[in-house]
Design a protein around this ligand. Sequence first.
Ligand code: BV8
Length: 251
Amino acid sequence: MHDSGLLRAADMLRSARSVVVLTGAGVSAESGVPTFRDPEEGLWAKYDPMELATIGAFERDPELVTRWYHWRFERCSHCRPNPAHTALALMQQRIETHGGAFALLTQNIDGLHQRAGSTGVVELHGTILTWRCTKTGRHTPMADIDFTSYPVRSEAGGLLRPNVVWFGEMLAPEAVDAAERAVGSCDLFLSVGTSAVVYPAAGYIEQARSIGASTIEVNRDPTPVTAAVDLSLQGLAGEILPQMVQRAFES
Ligand code: BV8
C-alpha cells in the first residue's frame, strides 16, 4: 500500500467537516460474503445475480429467487464484520466526536455495518434481514421465517419476498432523501468496495464532485470512477481503511 496515498487520505479525512461513505459488496468480501459480480462457485454459478435480483424473476419463479436469498442469508448469518466495517464505525465515532457530520450509505443488504457499530446506516438497496408479505405488506424478520418449503407464504397467504430493492424497482424515498441530503452537503466523499455501476447509488459520487467535495475511492479493482476521483487507493478495504483511520485520528 503506497504510504503517500494513505497519508494524503488521512489528511483529507482529518480536515473534513462532513463525510459521506458509499459502500458496496467489496466491504463485506473479507467477511466471506460473496460480492455481487465476482463469479459464484457451486449451485449458483449458473445464475446471474442481475437476472435473479429482479421482480420479474420473482414473479416467474418465486421458489428459485426465495432459495437464492435464503442461501445468501445463510451465508451472511455466519459472517462477522471485518476490519473494514469496524474502521468505518470508528471513523463515524471520531468524526462525530469532533463535531463533524458523517453518513454511511450502503448498497449491501447483509446488516454487517450495523453489527460493527455504525449507526444511521442508509440501506439504499434494502435489507435481507426482513421480508414482507406481497399481499399485506406486513414485515417479518427473516430469522422468524420457516424455510423448510419454498416459496414461503405469510399467514395471509401472500408470497413473502425479501425487503430489498430489485433492479427496476424504486429505492425507498426516505433512503434517497437521506442520501441526497448528505451528499449535497459533504466536503469529502469516499466510495468503498463498489464497482460503481448501479444507479442511482453510483451517481452520488458525481453529485459530490459537482458541489466541490473531495473524493476518494478504496477498491480492489479499478472502476468507472477511478479516473475521476481525487485519490484512488487500490487494495483491500479491510487493510486500507483501518490504516487510514489510524493515521487520521489515532496518531
Ligand atoms: C431505480 C439489491 C428507477 C438486491 C441491488 C439510471 C438511474 C436510475 C436507474 C438506472 C439508471 N440506469 C440504469 C438503471 C437501472 C438500474 C441500474 O443501475 N442498472 C445498472 C446495472 C446499469 N438501477 C435500478 O434498477 C435501481 N432502481 O433506479 O428505479 C428506475 C428503474 C429502471 C430504469 C430507470 C430508473 C435499483 C438498483 C438496486 C438493485 N438492487 N441489490 C440484492 O442485493 O440482491 S444492486 C446490486 O448491485 C447489489 O446491491 C450491489 O451492492 C450493487 C452494486 O454492486 P457492488 O456492491 O458494487 O458489488 P460488485 O460485486 O458489483 O462490486 C464489488 C466491488 O468490490 C468490485 O469493484 C471489487 O473490485 C471490489 N472488491 C472486492 N473485494 C474487495 C473489494 N474492494 C475492496 N476490498 C475488498 N476486499
